[in-house]
Structures are given as structure tokens and as C-alpha cells.
Design a protein around this ligand. Structure first.
Ligand code: NAP
Ligand code: ZN
Length: 349
């Protein structure tokens, strides 16, 4: 089936309307009419070829929500009419140790929602800036939030799980002082989730204008990271830091804020390396540096259910598909509170 989408033909070209083909649903597939798709900074990195290996045409989008319109004969998890989501993963080998543990995100054959390998035309996956998608049922998530919140649920499919998974893995909770660095799409979810898990949350921002807004998101304290005195006030006091920043920056300034045995986990994925760490900033206090990539399917469902139970959604600004190039420019300036979401009905116009 041919559907309308938005994508780019090259890294130095703006996104534009495209017609793309979706496969007919196979026996294990779910066909979804996409209502909305969140705009992740990874979409910018990928479509502009800032990371290696972008395949064109590139249709980004991995924060997908919508309604099931058809299911294959062997589908048991979802039925026509259900509200569902699709995140960053649309396939994996389904039998390796990672898949068996529900950590499909670390499967060597994980297929991303866009730029992944697929037998479908044009040979690589095309993402959620489109009217419809067809996905194996294993990778389709159940949405329990009210339908009226659907647009604000979309960012949970990437920004939500990418921050939830490391907070859970490093057992963040009551009694912990946790730093969230960068208050963008991921960071604002990190603040909300760490707060809901019971931690004392300190938000670190380069944007003084976000100070009050970060408190409204659930940060107990806000630090403007370019202010050395504000940073020094938190020296050696944090148990855990989640760094969501989309650009290279000095990590040592943040290691200095970790207690002995504290961990800093990177989720931000800049196109070029950070200038640090200096090893002494790690070894002097047995500090750890770690990374984390999205989350597996069972944990993504757990996160969606946790958010529904705690009334957590993203703070979003709705756009039409034709506004996407301007939205990217605004994101690069940090000018979004806190996630753009495309109204995919606008693709029909
Ligand atoms: P975003 O909405 O654009 O937010 C990034 C934030 O980083 C900005 O709002 C800004 O916050 C801060 N920042 C500071 N200096 C910056 C600079 N020079 N350029 C850009 N941002 C700067 O991005 P996002 O969607 O949250 O994604 C953040 C990063 O995570 C991206 O690199 C993305 O590719 C990556 N990511 C990784 C995973 C994973 O699985 N690990 C998943 C999704 C996304 P302040 O104004 O508060 O300083
Ligand atoms: Zn993403």
C-alpha cells in the first residue's frame, strides 16, 4: 500500500513529502494508522547523516502512536481498534540471549524503526513520519493512557524508555540524589521519571530560561551548568547522573559531582566524541562511566504502564508535518518545551 510520508533524499536536503510503500500485514503483523509521531534528536542525527550509514530516502520517526487497523491471522496481543505504540525497534532475531531476556535493544540483529535492514522496499525501514506502519506484533506496545493524551504519550516510546531503563537498571529510588543533564526531550522525561521513582532530582541545564520550568517538571533543584559556583555547591553529592546532552561537552565537570562509587550514564549520542574524561576524575572516587541504549520491549511496556499509573506524559508542542524543518532548527537551539509531536493527519493535506 502507498502512504504519504515526510523524509529526505540526502543529508544536506530538507525533509519533503514522499510517497512510500508499506507491506500487506503478514500473519504476525499489526497494521497501524499513525495518529502522531514524536520528533527525537536522533531523527536529526540520522537524517542529516551525522552518524555513519544513513540510507536514503530517510523517513525518520520512532515515537509512534496510533490505532490498529488490521492484524495477521496469528496475532494474539493486539486487535483492530486498539491504541498502540511503536518505538525504536521493529524486529530482532527473537532467539539470542538478549532477545530471550527481553533485551531486543541489544540484539545484534535488532532492526531500527528507520534505517534498519528489511526485505520491504526500498530495502531499509522507514519510520513514523508517515500515515501508516506495519510491524510484527512483538514490537507493538499497548497504550493504557486515555485517548485524549495520545500525542503526549508518543514521546514515551523513545524519550521515556531511554531514560526509564537506566534509572531502573541503576536502581534509582528513595534516598538517592540524581542528576539529569540536558533538559530536552529525554531530559524532561528523566526528571519526571526519577521524581516518580522517589529520588531527589537535580536538573542541569545550559539554559537559564529553563530554571523555573524544570522545577515544574519535578526537579527539586536546578543548576545552570555554566555557573561554576552553582556546580561546586553539589560537589561529591550525587549518586547517579543521567546525561542526555546531544552535543560533545566536558564530562569531568559532572564526575566531580558524583559521590564515591557514583555512576554517570550517557544516553545522549553526539556525532563527535566528548573531550573527556580525565582518568583521575574516575579513579579517585571509584566512579563509573556507563552507557545505555533505549530499552527492551517488556521494559517499554512496563514503562508505559508505570506512566499510565502515575499520570506521566511528555510536555509536547504539536506541529504539522510541513513544519518539521523549522522544528529541527528550533531543537538545535534548545527552543522546545520539550518535544515536538507531528500530527500525522496533516500528511493527508
Ligand atoms: P533534545 O530534545 O534536542 O535535547 C537535548 C538537550 O541537550 C538540549 O535541550 C539542551 O538542554 C542540551 N544541550 C546542551 N548543549 C547542547 C548543544 N550544544 N546542542 C544540543 N543540545 C545541547 O534532544 P533529545 O531528543 O533529548 O536527545 C538527546 C540525545 O540523546 C541525542 O544525542 C539523541 O540522539 C540521543 N538519544 C539517545 C538514545 C539512546 O538510546 N541512548 C535514545 C534517544 C536519543 P539544556 O538547554 O537544558 O542545556
Ligand atoms: Zn529517539
Amino acid at each position: 500500500m502507498t502512504v504519504k510520508a515526510y523524509g529526505a533524499h540526502a543529508g544536506d536536503q530538507p525533509l519533503q513529502p514522499l510517497d512510500i510503500t508499506r507491506r500487506a500485514p503478514g500473519v504476525h503483523d499489526v497494521q497501524i494508522a499513525i495518529a502522531c509521531c514524536g520528533v527525537c534528536h536522533s531523527d536529526i542525527h540520522q537524517v542529516r547523516s551525522e552518524w555513519a550509514g544513513t540510507l536514503y530516502p530517510c523517513v525518520p520517526g520512532h515515537e509512534i502512536v496510533g490505532r490498529v487497523t488490521a492484524v495477521g491471522a496469528h496475532v494474539s496481543k493486539h486487535k483492530i481498534g486498539d491504541l498502540v505504540g511503536v518505538g525504536c525497534i521493529v524486529d530482532s532475531c527473537q532467539h539470542c540471549a538478549d532477545c530471550n531476556e527481553g533485551l531486543e535493544n541489544y540484539c545484534a540483529q535488532m532492526v531500527g524503526t528507520y534505517n534498519g535492514s528489511t526485505p520491504d522496499a526500498p530495502g531499509h525501514t522507514l519510520g513514523g513520519y508517515s500515515q501508516q506502519i506495519v510491524v510484527h506484533e512483538r514490537y507493538v506496545l499497548r497504550i493504557c493512557h486515555p485517548e485524549a493524551q495520545l500525542a503526549a504519550v508518543a514521546p514515551l516510546l523513545c524519550a521515556g524508555i531511554t531514560t526509564y531503563s537506566p534509572l531502573r537498571h541503576w536502581k534509582v529510588g528513595k534516598g538517592h540524589k540524581v542528576g539529569v543533564v540536558g533538559i530536552g526531550g529525554l531530559g524532561h522525561m528523566g526528571i519526571k521519571l526519577a521524581n516518580a521513582m522517589g529520588a531527589h532530582v537535580v536538573a542541569f541545564t545550559t539554559s537559564p530560561s529553563k530554571r523555573e520550568a524544570a522545577k515544574a517538571l519535578g526537579a527539586h533543584e536546578v543548576v545552570v551548568s555554566r555557573n561554576a559556583d552553582e556546580m561546586a555547591a553539589h560537589a561529591k553529592s550525587l549518586d547517579f547522573i543521567l546525561d542526555t546532552v546531544a552535543a560533545p561537552h566536558d564530562l569531568d565537570a559532572f564526575f566531580a559531582l558524583l559521590k564515591r562509587d557514583g555512576t554517570m550514564t550517557l544516553v545522549g549520542a553526539p556525532a563527535s566524541p566528548h573531550p573527556s574524561p580525565e582518568v583521575f576524575s574516575l579513579i579517585m572516587k571509584r566512579r563509573s562511566l556507563a552507557g545505555s541504549m533505549i530499552g527492551g520491549i517488556p521494559e517499554t511496556q512496563e514503562m508505559l504502564d508505570f506512566c499510565a499509573e502515575h499520570g506521566i506524559v511528555a510536555d509536547v508542542e504539536m506541529i504539522r508535518a510541513g513544519q518539521i524543518n523549522d522544528a529541527y532548527e528550533r531543537m538545535l537551539k534548545g527552543d522546545v518545551k520539550y518535544r515536538f509531536v507531528i500530527d500525522c493527519a496533516s500528511l493527508a493535506a
